[in-house]
Design a protein around this ligand. Structure first.
Ligand code: DO4
Ligand code: MG
Length: 295
C-alpha cells in the first residue's frame, strides 16, 4: 500500500494506492492523520487503510495520470552520508583530486560508530514529482544523489519509505568539507516522491533496487543501479543518531545516503531530466534548471 498526494481543481487530495494500482482518495489531508487514527485503534496503518478504502471508491485514473505533489510536506529533511562504499569512493575522489591512496575523513566516517548526518532541507526547499530542481550558479560539478528516504514520526518510528534526491555540488564539497551546507542546501535542492510505501507493507527494506537515469534531450546520458542491501548501516541506527538529544516532528524525512554516483566527468545541465526509481515505491521524475531561470 502506498500513499500519494495529488492536485484536483487546485486542492491537494491524499490517496491510497493499492498493489493493483487502484487510487482511493481519502478524507484525511495528510499521512499523519491516518497514522493517528490507526494508532488510536491499535492497528497497523496499512490494516486501517485496507478497511477504510472499502468505503472510499477508487477513481478511474491511475497514479501516472494525476498531477502529483510531494507525498508529504516534510517539515525537515535530514540526510545521512557515506553510508555506501560507492559514496565513500566518490568523496575521496573529490577531496584528494583523485589520489585514492590517501586516508581521508570519509574513510574514517565510513568506519566510525557515529554516522554522518546533516540537515538537508525544509518543506519550502523540497520539490515533489515532476517538479524542477535547481542548479547552483557557483558550481560546475553537480549531481543528483538517489537515496531511499525514511518517513518517520516524532519518536523515530519508520512509517514509510520514499524516493529522495539529495542534489549535491561535488566541487564545493571537495574544496573544503566545511562548505558542506552550501554544497547541499539551496533553492529546490531536494526532491521526494512520488509515493510513500507504508513500512508495514515492505518485506525487506534492505532488498530494494535503486535505479537512476539522467536524460539529456532524448539521450540517456547516465544510468546506474544499486541495492539497499549494500548499505553499511541499519536504518534504526541512523534514526537513533538523528534523534539523539534532538527534537524532530512527525513527517520528518531521513535520506539514507547515495549508492549511485554518475561518472566523475559528468555534471548536470539545465534541461536534464532525472529519474530515480526504487522498487515498490515508484519513479521520481524531476527537471533541472539553473537557479536564475527559476527566480
Ligand atoms: O559527505 C558528504 C555527503 C555524503 C552524502 O550525501 C551521501 O553519501 O549520500
Ligand atoms: Mg547524499
Amino acid at each position: 500500500m502506498r500513499i500519494i498526494r495529488y492536485l484536483q481543481q487546485g486542492e491537494p487530495i491524499l490517496a491510497a494506492v493499492t498493489e493493483e494500482q487502484a487510487v482511493h482518495p481519502l478524507e484525511q489531508r495528510e499521512l499523519f492523520e491516518l497514522v493517528e487514527k490507526a494508532d488510536a485503534e491499535g492497528m497497523s496503518v496499512s490494516g486501517w487503510l485496507s478497511r477504510e478504502i472499502e468505503r472510499r471508491p477508487a477513481i478511474a485514473d491511475r497514479m501516472q495520470a494525476l498531477t502529483l505533489l510531494a507525498p508529504i510536506a516534510a517539515p525537515e529533511v535530514w540526510a545521512a552520508g557515506v553510508t555506501y562504499e560507492r559514496s565513500k569512493e566518490a568523496r575521496n575522489y573529490e577531496a584528494t583530486g583523485g589520489r585514492l591512496d590517501a586516508t581521508t575523513f570519509y574513510d574514517k566516517v565510513y568506519e566510525a560508530e557515529r554516522p554522518e548526518i546533516f540537515f538537508k532541507s525544509t518543506a519550502a526547499r523540497t520539490v515533489g514529482p515532476g517538479g524542477t530542481v535547481c542548479l547552483r550558479s557557483d558550481s560546475s560539478w553537480q549531481i543528483p544523489e538517489p537515496e531511499l528516504g525514511l518517513v518517520i514520526d516524532r519518536r523515530g518510528r519508520i512509517i514509510g519509505y520514499t524516493v529522495g534526491n539529495d542534489m549535491s555540488c561535488r566541487d564545493i564539497e571537495g574544496e573544503n568539507p566545511l562548505y558542506l551546507p552550501q554544497a547541499k542546501m539551496w533553492r529546490r535542492s531536494c526532491s521526494i516522491g512520488p509515493a510513500i510505501r507504508l513500512a508495514d507493507t515492505v518485506e525487506d527494506p534492505y532488498a530494494l533496487d535503486i535505479v537512476c537515469r539522467i536524460y539529456r534531450g532524448d539521450r540517456l546520458a547516465v544510468e546506474g543501479s544499486a541495492s539497499t542491501g549494500q548499505l553499511k548501516r541499519r536504518f534504526d541506527e541512523l534514526v537513533g543518531f538523528l534523534l539523539r538529544d534532538n527534537e524532530i516532528w512527525d513527517g520528518t524525512v531521513l535520506l539514507t545516503g547515495t549508492c549511485i554516483v554518475p561518472p566523475n566527468e559528468f555534471t548536470l545541465l539545465d534541461g536534464d531530466r532525472i529519474e530515480i526509481e526504487i522498487s515498490g515505491i515508484g519513479t521520481l521524475v524531476n527537471y533541472v534548471q539553473t537557479v536564475e531561470r527559476v527566480m
